[in-house]
Design a protein around this ligand. Structure first.
Ligand SMILES: [Zn+2]
Length: 242
């Protein structure tokens, strides 16, 4: 199913390498209604080895779905700082909304996490301000920067992100920024496999990675549906992603 939407997923990944979508959302994000069942369905049989769940301002969905999806899950969060959005990967604790970027970096690093800058320079998004990216990069506060975001259509923005990555020796990341099920895998990184427990191991492997992907920003086809509440979400007994 996903291979038809995203032809790069049909290419086999060499042994010892994994395909990671570094930026995805679920119904726990305020702006997304993708249910766990839909994620399980769309990822079953898909050539995606790892998804980083990076919901807006919460890690609850990522924690709930860890070990429940047909692929590995990295617990992350897209946090709205006082100066724009930032992603922390490999988190154990939620980052508070509205904190200063430098504080977000500190809190992510304190958890052994990875500081990842999503959709840099994109004026259509709530991106981290350019001068803050510059400042943080200079002081070593950024680990990785998103050079392909599948929802960004403007090639020059991605080129500028790649330029920043090479100027500051940052790891280059990529993600679908999926807000609908079919978006998963629209952009991802093919990289050396890594130890799931460890942001450091992930980052080292990411440096060997190759970002791949395409522009994909379709809306969910409309149909009446009921989205379960995240407040009391639980898997039905016996139900498992397997
Ligand atoms: Zn996002």
């Amino acid at each position: 199913m996903l291979e038809q939407e995203h032809p790069h997923l049909a290419r086999p990944v060499p042994q010892g390498r994994v395909r990671v979508d570094m930026h995805t959302h679920t119904m726990w994000s305020g702006d997304c209604t993708t249910t766990p069942e839909e994620i399980v369905e769309v990822l079953s049989g898909a050539a995606i080895d790892v998804v980083c769940i990076t919901d807006h301002n919460t890690i609850s969905g990522a924690l709930a779905l860890r070990d429940r999806l047909p692929c590995r899950v990295v617990v992350g969060q897209e946090v709205k700082t006082s100066h724009g959005e930032m992603i922390g990967l490999f988190l154990t604790e939620r980052l508070p909304h509205g904190i200063k970027p430098a504080e977000a970096v500190e809190r992510i690093r304190d958890q052994g996490g990875v500081v990842y800058i999503p959709h840099p320079y994109d004026p259509m998004r709530s991106c981290l301000r350019a001068e803050v990216i510059e400042e943080l990069a200079q002081s070593g506060g950024i680990d990785a920067i998103e050079v392909i975001n599948a929802k960004t259509s403007l090639a020059h923005l991605q080129a500028r992100a790649a330029e920043t990555a090479s100027r500051f020796c940052l790891a280059a990341g990529a993600g679908s920024d999926a807000h609908v099920p079919l978006a998963y895998g629209a952009a991802c990184v093919e990289m050396d496999d890594f130890d799931d427990g460890d942001g450091g191991g992930f980052l080292a492997a990411l440096r060997s990675g190759e970002p791949v992907g395409h522009h994909w920003d379709r809306a969910r086809p409309w149909k009446a549906r009921i989205v379960p509440s995240t407040a009391d979400f639980q898997w039905s007994p016996g139900e498992s992603a397997g």
